[in-house]
Design a protein around this ligand. Structure first.
Ligand code: MLT
Ligand code: MN
Ligand code: ZN
Length: 311
């Protein structure tokens, strides 16, 4: 089973179009030692030809150009994207759906009912795509495992998590189960598992158990501290207000680093969906060094991860 990181950045990407923070300025200069990142998405495949796209980033077209292996060119019009799955209805995870409108058949879309609901009402991408390729809706039920053809050997299981519905959603301040999910992606033959949660505000017992059962954990790396955006004068919102658990502890509440420290030492731990303000993006920073000392990796676009069974 292959997992490709198409976009390792959070909403806005790196550099963000209107941002002149230290990271964005240096990423824009290319010589600043900071690697640019596109917005949040991964792709999963069994055979390297057929892929399930997990989250459809606004940067999808650039990501596909950067990954020609997602274009197997079996016919005049073709794509390696067999289906799209969504972790939530956030702008950085869904607007790429519009870029798939030229499909020659309906787009198979896997998402929870609250997410399909948001995309059929307040942000009506699904009815809109009905005027183009059309969408074949596959509701995901948290807790129930499912497969997606043609990836016969991969089992997906969604787990409802605490994060946040998008600012435009009627659920933003009245959350319902399924607004946000984490995914367990399992190679049925070997039992090897990956855990993926680009947005995670809090880890329930079920989430901790899922993370502990996985050999590879790809998890919310959005912010270094809870008040990062406030301290930079860029927002009045805390990480927790936006549905993200910061890497550092907040007022005695453990952060993502402490949480990842409780996983088995054999687990591969990778931070993903990293906001452009996060100091871990600078390889020369103390924050970067601390994360690496804890055996945690920092995702980059193009990172390819293959799942091995634990010895
Ligand atoms: C988030 O996860 O909070 C987002 O990156 C917000 C956005 O896409 O604007
Ligand atoms: Mn996001
Ligand atoms: Zn910035």
């Amino acid at each position: 089973m292959l997992i490709k990181v198409l976009g390792s950045g959070a909403g806005g990407g790196l550099p963000q179009w209107n941002c002149n923070c230290a990271n964005c300025s240096r990423a824009r200069a290319f010589t600043g030692g900071i690697t640019p990142r596109t917005q949040s998405s991964i792709a999963v495949s069994e055979n390297g030809v057929d892929w399930v796209l997990i989250n459809a980033s606004p940067d999808l077209l650039a990501q596909l150009r950067a990954h020609p292996e997602l274009q197997p060119a079996r016919s005049l019009r073709d794509s390696g994207i067999a289906a799209v799955m969504l972790c939530d209805a956030q702008i950085d995870h869904v607007t790429g759906l519009l870029m798939l409108r030229e499909r020659t058949s309906k787009l198979p879309l896997y998402a929870t009912r609250p997410v399909l609901g948001d995309l059929s009402s307040t942000f009506p991408l699904i009815p809109l795509l009905g005027h183009y390729c059309g969408v074949e809706q596959h509701p995901i039920v948290p807790g129930e495992s499912f497969r997606i053809a043609p990836l016969a050997g991969v089992r997906f299981t969604a787990i409802a998590i605490e994060s946040a519905a998008p600012p435009y959603s009627p659920h933003r301040h009245a959350p319902v189960a399924g607004d946000n999910i984490a995914l367990l992606i399992e190679n049925i033959e070997t039992g090897a598992r990956a855990f993926y949660a680009p947005g995670l505000a809090q880890a329930s017992d079920a989430i901790m158990a899922a993370m502990k059962s996985a050999q590879l954990v790809l998890v919310d790396g959005t912010f270094w501290t809870d008040s990062e955006m406030i301290e930079l004068g860029l927002s009045s919102k805390r990480a927790t207000d936006m549905g993200h658990l910061a890497q550092c502890a907040t007022n005695g509440t453990p952060g993502m680093i402490a949480l990842l420290d409780t996983l088995p030492s054999t687990t591969r731990k990778v931070l993903i969906h990293i906001n452009n303000t996060n100091p871990i993006l600078d390889p020369a920073s103390d924050a970067h060094a601390i994360v690496r000392e804890h055996g945690i990796e920092i995702a980059e676009d193009g990172m390819q991860l293959s799942l091995q069974v634990q010895p």
